[in-house]
Design a protein around this ligand. Structure first.
Ligand code: 5GP
Length: 199
C-alpha cells in the first residue's frame, strides 16, 4: 500500500479533473492517485445508489436525501449540484480543508458546474483540466459498455454532455481521451508543472 506524503504545507493547491460522464476522468484520477504520493482524493457525497464494488467513504459518501439536505442546510458543502433523475452530488468542505491543512494537494473528480464553482473558490491555486471524449459516438459506446445506465439515464447523461462540451474552453487545459496512456501522460505533465511534485 502506497504511503501518502504531504509536501504542500499551507499552500492549499487543488487539481480539478472534469469531463462529461463517461469520458474516463475517474479512471485517470485513480491512476494519478496511485502514482502521486502528495495527491489525495476529495471523496464526494451523493444520493445516488452505490454501484457494484463502490465503497462508502472511499468512492463516495452515500447519503440519503434527508442526510444530504441536512448538510446543505448546515453549509457543509463547498459546492453541490443536482442532476440525473434528481441525484445530488457535493463536496464536503471539512474533508478538503483537513487535507489542505495536512499539506496535501487535493484532487477533485467532478462534473462541469462543480468544477467551475471550485475554480471560483480556489482561483489561481486551482489547476482545472477538462477531459474531452474523442466524439459523442465514443462517449455513448463507453457509457453503454459500462452497463450501469438505463436508457433513460443514458440519454440524460448524453444530453448533459453536449452542454458540458461547450464549456471546455473555460478550463486551464483540455486533454482528449482517445488513447488512455497518451491522455494520462498529458494530465500527469500538467500536474507536475503545476504542483512541482514528482510522483
Ligand atoms: P457518477 O454518478 O457517474 O459517479 O457521477 C456523475 C457525475 O457527477 C460525474 O461527472 C462526477 O464527476 C460528478 N461528481 C462526482 N462528485 C461530485 C461533486 O462532489 N460535485 C459535483 N458537482 N459533481 C460531482
Amino acid at each position: 500500500m502506497l504511503e501518502k506524503k504531504p509536501q504542500n504545507m499551507g499552500k492549499g493547491s487543488v487539481v480539478v479533473i472534469t469531463a462529461p460522464s463517461g469520458a474516463g476522468k475517474t479512471t485517470l484520477a485513480k491512476k494519478l492517485l496511485a502514482e502521486f504520493e502528495q495527491l489525495v482524493f476529495s471523496v464526494s457525497a451523493t444520493t445516488r445508489k452505490p454501484r457494484a464494488r463502490e465503497v462508502h467513504g472511499k468512492d463516495y459518501y452515500f447519503f440519503d436525501r434527508a442526510e444530504f439536505e441536512a448538510h446543505i442546510a448546515k453549509g457543509d458543502f463547498l459546492e453541490w449540484e443536482e442532476f440525473y433523475n434528481g441525484s445530488l452530488y457535493g463536496t464536503l468542505r471539512s474533508d478538503v480543508e483537513n487535507h489542505i491543512k495536512n499539506g496535501y494537494f487535493v484532487l477533485f473528480d467532478v462534473e462541469v458546474n462543480g468544477a467551475l464553482n471550485l475554480k471560483n473558490v480556489y482561483g489561481s491555486s486551482c489547476l482545472s483540466v477538462f477531459i474531452k471524449p474523442p466524439s459523442m459516438q465514443v462517449l455513448e459506446s463507453r457509457l453503454r459498455s459500462r452497463g450501469t445506465e438505463s436508457e433513460e439515464t443514458l440519454s440524460l447523461r448524453l444530453e448533459r454532455a453536449q452542454m458540458e462540451l461547450q464549456q471546455a474552453g473555460v478550463f486551464d487545459a483540455i486533454v482528449v481521451n482517445d488513447d488512455f496512456d497518451l491522455a494520462y501522460t498529458a494530465v500527469r505533465e500538467l500536474i507536475i508543472s503545476f504542483t512541482g511534485c514528482s510522483y
